[in-house]
Write a protein that binds this ligand. Structure first.
Ligand SMILES: O=C[C@H](O)COP(=O)(O)O
Length: 318
Protein backbone atom coordinates (compact mmCIF):
# COMPACT_ATOMS: atom_id res chain seq x y z
CA UNK A 1 0.00 0.00 0.00
CA UNK A 2 1.58 3.24 -1.12
CA UNK A 3 -1.18 5.40 0.32
CA UNK A 4 -0.09 7.26 3.44
CA UNK A 5 -1.48 5.41 6.46
CA UNK A 6 -0.81 5.83 10.15
CA UNK A 7 0.85 3.32 12.44
CA UNK A 8 -1.89 0.94 13.59
CA UNK A 9 -2.46 -0.16 17.20
CA UNK A 10 -1.71 -3.73 16.12
CA UNK A 11 1.67 -2.66 14.72
CA UNK A 12 2.46 -0.65 17.84
CA UNK A 13 1.67 -3.64 20.03
CA UNK A 14 3.90 -5.89 17.90
CA UNK A 15 6.81 -3.44 18.21
CA UNK A 16 6.36 -2.80 21.93
CA UNK A 17 6.42 -6.51 22.78
CA UNK A 18 9.81 -7.15 21.15
CA UNK A 19 12.58 -8.60 23.32
CA UNK A 20 15.89 -9.96 21.97
CA UNK A 21 17.91 -12.71 23.68
CA UNK A 22 21.44 -11.28 23.46
CA UNK A 23 23.28 -14.49 24.43
CA UNK A 24 21.44 -16.55 21.81
CA UNK A 25 22.22 -13.96 19.13
CA UNK A 26 25.94 -13.87 20.00
CA UNK A 27 26.15 -17.66 20.01
CA UNK A 28 24.48 -17.97 16.60
CA UNK A 29 26.75 -15.29 15.12
CA UNK A 30 29.82 -17.22 16.34
CA UNK A 31 28.52 -20.47 14.85
CA UNK A 32 28.08 -18.86 11.44
CA UNK A 33 31.58 -17.39 11.42
CA UNK A 34 32.96 -20.83 12.29
CA UNK A 35 31.60 -22.50 9.14
CA UNK A 36 34.10 -23.54 6.49
CA UNK A 37 33.55 -23.69 2.75
CA UNK A 38 35.26 -26.97 1.91
CA UNK A 39 36.40 -26.83 -1.69
CA UNK A 40 38.32 -24.15 -3.53
CA UNK A 41 36.10 -24.07 -6.62
CA UNK A 42 33.06 -23.57 -4.39
CA UNK A 43 34.79 -20.60 -2.79
CA UNK A 44 35.35 -19.10 -6.23
CA UNK A 45 31.67 -19.64 -7.08
CA UNK A 46 30.58 -18.00 -3.81
CA UNK A 47 32.87 -15.05 -4.51
CA UNK A 48 31.33 -14.54 -7.96
CA UNK A 49 27.89 -14.73 -6.40
CA UNK A 50 28.99 -12.06 -3.91
CA UNK A 51 30.13 -9.82 -6.77
CA UNK A 52 26.63 -9.91 -8.29
CA UNK A 53 25.20 -8.72 -4.97
CA UNK A 54 27.54 -5.74 -4.42
CA UNK A 55 26.26 -2.17 -4.42
CA UNK A 56 29.58 -0.75 -5.60
CA UNK A 57 29.85 2.42 -3.61
CA UNK A 58 31.69 5.71 -3.51
CA UNK A 59 30.58 8.15 -0.83
CA UNK A 60 33.44 10.59 -0.44
CA UNK A 61 33.75 14.34 -0.22
CA UNK A 62 36.13 14.31 -3.17
CA UNK A 63 33.89 12.33 -5.56
CA UNK A 64 33.94 13.78 -9.06
CA UNK A 65 32.35 12.85 -12.40
CA UNK A 66 35.56 11.02 -13.34
CA UNK A 67 35.85 8.74 -10.30
CA UNK A 68 32.11 8.05 -10.53
CA UNK A 69 32.69 7.15 -14.19
CA UNK A 70 35.47 4.72 -13.21
CA UNK A 71 33.19 3.20 -10.56
CA UNK A 72 30.47 2.66 -13.18
CA UNK A 73 32.89 1.04 -15.62
CA UNK A 74 34.15 -1.26 -12.88
CA UNK A 75 30.57 -2.16 -11.94
CA UNK A 76 29.77 -3.18 -15.51
CA UNK A 77 32.90 -5.34 -15.74
CA UNK A 78 33.84 -6.17 -12.16
CA UNK A 79 36.27 -9.03 -12.85
CA UNK A 80 38.96 -9.03 -15.55
CA UNK A 81 37.67 -10.73 -18.69
CA UNK A 82 40.55 -13.23 -19.02
CA UNK A 83 40.03 -14.39 -15.42
CA UNK A 84 36.34 -15.00 -16.08
CA UNK A 85 37.24 -16.78 -19.32
CA UNK A 86 39.52 -19.18 -17.44
CA UNK A 87 36.56 -20.03 -15.23
CA UNK A 88 34.23 -20.29 -18.23
CA UNK A 89 32.13 -17.49 -16.76
CA UNK A 90 32.93 -14.77 -19.32
CA UNK A 91 29.54 -14.97 -21.06
CA UNK A 92 27.37 -14.98 -17.94
CA UNK A 93 26.91 -11.21 -17.85
CA UNK A 94 28.48 -10.80 -14.41
CA UNK A 95 28.13 -7.25 -13.08
CA UNK A 96 27.69 -5.80 -9.62
CA UNK A 97 24.08 -5.30 -8.48
CA UNK A 98 24.18 -1.49 -8.60
CA UNK A 99 26.39 1.53 -8.11
CA UNK A 100 25.76 3.74 -5.09
CA UNK A 101 26.61 7.45 -4.93
CA UNK A 102 25.62 10.72 -3.24
CA UNK A 103 22.55 12.51 -4.71
CA UNK A 104 24.73 15.17 -6.36
CA UNK A 105 26.56 12.48 -8.31
CA UNK A 106 23.49 10.53 -9.54
CA UNK A 107 23.35 12.38 -12.87
CA UNK A 108 27.04 11.58 -13.50
CA UNK A 109 26.48 7.86 -12.83
CA UNK A 110 23.36 7.73 -14.99
CA UNK A 111 25.26 9.42 -17.84
CA UNK A 112 28.26 7.07 -17.61
CA UNK A 113 26.13 3.93 -17.53
CA UNK A 114 23.97 5.14 -20.39
CA UNK A 115 27.05 5.85 -22.49
CA UNK A 116 28.25 2.32 -21.75
CA UNK A 117 24.85 0.94 -22.79
CA UNK A 118 24.37 -0.53 -19.33
CA UNK A 119 21.08 -0.90 -17.50
CA UNK A 120 22.71 -1.21 -14.08
CA UNK A 121 20.65 0.58 -11.43
CA UNK A 122 21.97 3.72 -9.78
CA UNK A 123 21.36 3.84 -6.04
CA UNK A 124 21.69 7.00 -4.03
CA UNK A 125 21.95 7.66 -0.32
CA UNK A 126 19.59 10.39 0.83
CA UNK A 127 17.76 11.96 3.81
CA UNK A 128 20.73 13.79 5.29
CA UNK A 129 23.14 10.87 4.96
CA UNK A 130 24.88 9.84 7.15
CA UNK A 131 23.52 11.53 10.32
CA UNK A 132 19.95 12.18 9.20
CA UNK A 133 20.01 15.43 11.18
CA UNK A 134 18.56 17.81 8.62
CA UNK A 135 14.96 19.09 8.52
CA UNK A 136 12.39 16.61 7.21
CA UNK A 137 11.55 18.96 4.33
CA UNK A 138 15.19 18.92 3.20
CA UNK A 139 15.44 15.15 3.55
CA UNK A 140 12.33 14.64 1.43
CA UNK A 141 13.57 17.09 -1.22
CA UNK A 142 16.83 15.17 -1.41
CA UNK A 143 15.00 11.91 -2.17
CA UNK A 144 12.96 13.63 -4.87
CA UNK A 145 16.06 15.16 -6.44
CA UNK A 146 17.88 11.82 -6.61
CA UNK A 147 14.83 10.17 -8.19
CA UNK A 148 14.44 13.00 -10.73
CA UNK A 149 18.11 12.61 -11.68
CA UNK A 150 17.57 8.93 -12.42
CA UNK A 151 18.26 6.97 -9.23
CA UNK A 152 16.07 3.87 -9.15
CA UNK A 153 17.14 2.85 -5.66
CA UNK A 154 17.24 5.16 -2.65
CA UNK A 155 19.10 4.33 0.55
CA UNK A 156 17.45 6.45 3.23
CA UNK A 157 18.81 6.82 6.77
CA UNK A 158 16.44 6.67 9.71
CA UNK A 159 16.09 9.39 12.30
CA UNK A 160 18.05 7.92 15.21
CA UNK A 161 16.69 10.52 17.62
CA UNK A 162 13.18 9.10 17.13
CA UNK A 163 14.40 5.52 17.57
CA UNK A 164 16.47 6.22 20.68
CA UNK A 165 13.58 8.06 22.35
CA UNK A 166 11.12 5.28 21.52
CA UNK A 167 8.99 7.37 19.14
CA UNK A 168 8.22 4.44 16.86
CA UNK A 169 4.98 5.82 15.45
CA UNK A 170 6.73 9.08 14.51
CA UNK A 171 9.58 7.11 12.91
CA UNK A 172 7.03 5.11 10.94
CA UNK A 173 5.37 8.34 9.72
CA UNK A 174 8.70 9.72 8.49
CA UNK A 175 9.63 6.54 6.66
CA UNK A 176 6.17 6.45 5.03
CA UNK A 177 6.84 9.92 3.67
CA UNK A 178 10.21 8.81 2.30
CA UNK A 179 8.45 5.82 0.75
CA UNK A 180 6.07 8.16 -1.08
CA UNK A 181 8.91 10.44 -2.19
CA UNK A 182 10.73 7.41 -3.64
CA UNK A 183 7.75 6.74 -5.95
CA UNK A 184 8.76 3.75 -8.10
CA UNK A 185 12.34 3.66 -6.81
CA UNK A 186 13.25 0.84 -4.44
CA UNK A 187 13.78 2.02 -0.90
CA UNK A 188 16.53 0.63 1.31
CA UNK A 189 16.30 1.80 4.90
CA UNK A 190 19.56 2.28 6.79
CA UNK A 191 19.20 1.71 10.54
CA UNK A 192 22.70 2.90 11.52
CA UNK A 193 22.79 0.02 14.00
CA UNK A 194 26.02 1.25 15.64
CA UNK A 195 24.00 4.15 17.04
CA UNK A 196 20.88 2.28 18.19
CA UNK A 197 22.27 1.09 21.52
CA UNK A 198 20.56 -2.30 21.93
CA UNK A 199 19.60 -5.36 19.88
CA UNK A 200 15.99 -4.74 20.92
CA UNK A 201 16.12 -1.28 19.34
CA UNK A 202 17.64 -2.81 16.20
CA UNK A 203 14.79 -5.35 15.97
CA UNK A 204 12.16 -2.66 16.61
CA UNK A 205 13.67 -0.30 14.03
CA UNK A 206 13.79 -3.20 11.53
CA UNK A 207 10.10 -3.94 12.07
CA UNK A 208 9.01 -0.30 11.83
CA UNK A 209 11.04 0.16 8.64
CA UNK A 210 9.44 -2.89 7.04
CA UNK A 211 5.93 -1.88 8.15
CA UNK A 212 6.49 1.51 6.51
CA UNK A 213 7.22 -0.10 3.14
CA UNK A 214 11.00 -0.60 2.89
CA UNK A 215 12.15 -2.97 0.15
CA UNK A 216 15.40 -3.60 2.04
CA UNK A 217 16.72 -2.96 5.50
CA UNK A 218 20.40 -2.01 5.65
CA UNK A 219 22.73 -2.08 8.64
CA UNK A 220 24.85 1.03 8.39
CA UNK A 221 25.99 4.08 6.48
CA UNK A 222 29.63 3.01 6.68
CA UNK A 223 30.30 6.24 8.59
CA UNK A 224 29.40 5.08 12.12
CA UNK A 225 32.13 3.80 14.47
CA UNK A 226 30.55 0.32 14.44
CA UNK A 227 29.00 -0.79 11.16
CA UNK A 228 27.89 -4.21 9.87
CA UNK A 229 28.47 -6.93 12.47
CA UNK A 230 27.23 -10.53 12.38
CA UNK A 231 25.27 -10.39 15.67
CA UNK A 232 23.34 -7.34 14.54
CA UNK A 233 22.71 -9.04 11.21
CA UNK A 234 21.19 -12.05 13.00
CA UNK A 235 18.76 -9.69 14.74
CA UNK A 236 17.81 -7.99 11.45
CA UNK A 237 17.40 -11.14 9.36
CA UNK A 238 15.26 -12.70 12.08
CA UNK A 239 13.07 -9.60 11.99
CA UNK A 240 12.85 -10.10 8.21
CA UNK A 241 11.88 -13.75 8.72
CA UNK A 242 9.26 -12.93 11.37
CA UNK A 243 7.84 -10.17 9.17
CA UNK A 244 7.62 -12.55 6.22
CA UNK A 245 5.93 -15.27 8.30
CA UNK A 246 3.39 -12.80 9.62
CA UNK A 247 2.66 -10.75 6.48
CA UNK A 248 3.91 -12.73 3.46
CA UNK A 249 6.17 -9.81 2.39
CA UNK A 250 9.79 -10.59 1.52
CA UNK A 251 12.13 -7.77 2.51
CA UNK A 252 15.77 -7.71 1.45
CA UNK A 253 18.86 -7.30 3.62
CA UNK A 254 21.92 -5.15 2.99
CA UNK A 255 24.91 -5.27 5.31
CA UNK A 256 27.16 -2.28 4.65
CA UNK A 257 30.20 -0.58 6.08
CA UNK A 258 33.62 -2.08 6.71
CA UNK A 259 33.10 -5.21 4.57
CA UNK A 260 36.45 -5.51 2.85
CA UNK A 261 37.51 -9.14 2.35
CA UNK A 262 36.35 -11.94 0.04
CA UNK A 263 36.24 -14.24 3.04
CA UNK A 264 33.78 -11.93 4.82
CA UNK A 265 31.56 -11.85 1.75
CA UNK A 266 31.31 -15.66 1.88
CA UNK A 267 30.37 -15.52 5.56
CA UNK A 268 27.61 -13.01 4.71
CA UNK A 269 26.25 -15.32 2.01
CA UNK A 270 26.36 -18.27 4.42
CA UNK A 271 24.43 -16.24 6.97
CA UNK A 272 21.73 -15.44 4.42
CA UNK A 273 21.49 -19.02 3.18
CA UNK A 274 21.20 -20.47 6.67
CA UNK A 275 18.89 -17.86 8.17
CA UNK A 276 16.60 -17.01 5.25
CA UNK A 277 17.23 -19.66 2.58
CA UNK A 278 18.40 -19.71 -1.03
CA UNK A 279 15.84 -17.17 -2.23
CA UNK A 280 17.67 -14.47 -0.26
CA UNK A 281 20.95 -15.22 -2.08
CA UNK A 282 20.03 -13.00 -5.03
CA UNK A 283 20.43 -9.29 -5.65
CA UNK A 284 16.68 -8.67 -5.46
CA UNK A 285 16.81 -9.68 -1.76
CA UNK A 286 20.48 -9.35 -0.79
CA UNK A 287 23.08 -6.63 -1.31
CA UNK A 288 26.52 -6.01 0.08
CA UNK A 289 27.21 -2.28 0.44
CA UNK A 290 30.93 -1.86 -0.04
CA UNK A 291 33.52 0.45 -1.52
CA UNK A 292 36.62 -1.77 -1.41
CA UNK A 293 35.38 -5.39 -1.17
CA UNK A 294 35.47 -5.94 -4.93
CA UNK A 295 39.22 -5.33 -5.04
CA UNK A 296 39.87 -8.21 -2.64
CA UNK A 297 37.44 -10.54 -4.40
CA UNK A 298 39.14 -9.90 -7.75
CA UNK A 299 42.51 -10.49 -6.13
CA UNK A 300 41.38 -13.83 -4.67
CA UNK A 301 39.89 -14.89 -8.02
CA UNK A 302 43.18 -13.99 -9.69
CA UNK A 303 44.90 -16.27 -7.16
CA UNK A 304 42.37 -19.04 -7.78
CA UNK A 305 42.99 -18.88 -11.54
CA UNK A 306 46.76 -18.31 -11.65
CA UNK A 307 48.02 -19.70 -8.32
CA UNK A 308 49.67 -16.41 -7.37
CA UNK A 309 48.59 -13.00 -6.12
CA UNK A 310 48.64 -10.09 -8.59
CA UNK A 311 50.97 -7.11 -8.50
CA UNK A 312 49.17 -3.81 -7.97
CA UNK A 313 49.31 -2.83 -11.67
CA UNK A 314 47.75 -6.13 -12.79
CA UNK A 315 44.31 -5.19 -11.45
CA UNK A 316 44.43 -1.45 -12.03
CA UNK A 317 40.69 -0.66 -11.98
CA UNK A 318 40.26 -2.30 -8.57
O1 LIG B 1 26.74 1.79 1.87
C1 LIG B 1 27.91 1.56 1.74
C2 LIG B 1 28.95 1.96 2.69
O2 LIG B 1 29.00 3.33 2.85
C3 LIG B 1 30.28 1.47 2.23
O3 LIG B 1 31.13 1.40 3.32
P1 LIG B 1 32.68 1.01 3.12
O4 LIG B 1 33.31 2.19 2.44
O5 LIG B 1 33.17 0.79 4.52
O6 LIG B 1 32.77 -0.21 2.28
Amino acid sequence: CLAYCRFSMENLEWVSKVRVNTQAVLKRAQQIQGHKVAKKQWQAAWMLKAVTCIDLTTLAGDDTPSNVHRLCMKATQPIRHDLLKSMDMHDKGITTAAVCVYPSRVADAVKSLKAANSSLPVASVATGFPAGQTPLKTRLAEVQMAVEDGATEIDIVINRTLALTGQWAALYDEIRQFREACADAHMKTILAVGELGTFTNVYKASLVSMMAGSDFIKTSTGKETVNATYPVAIVMVRAIRDYFLRTGYKVGFKPAGGIRTAQESVVWLTLMKEELGDEWLNPHLFRLGASSLLADIERQIYHYVTGRYPAFHELPMA
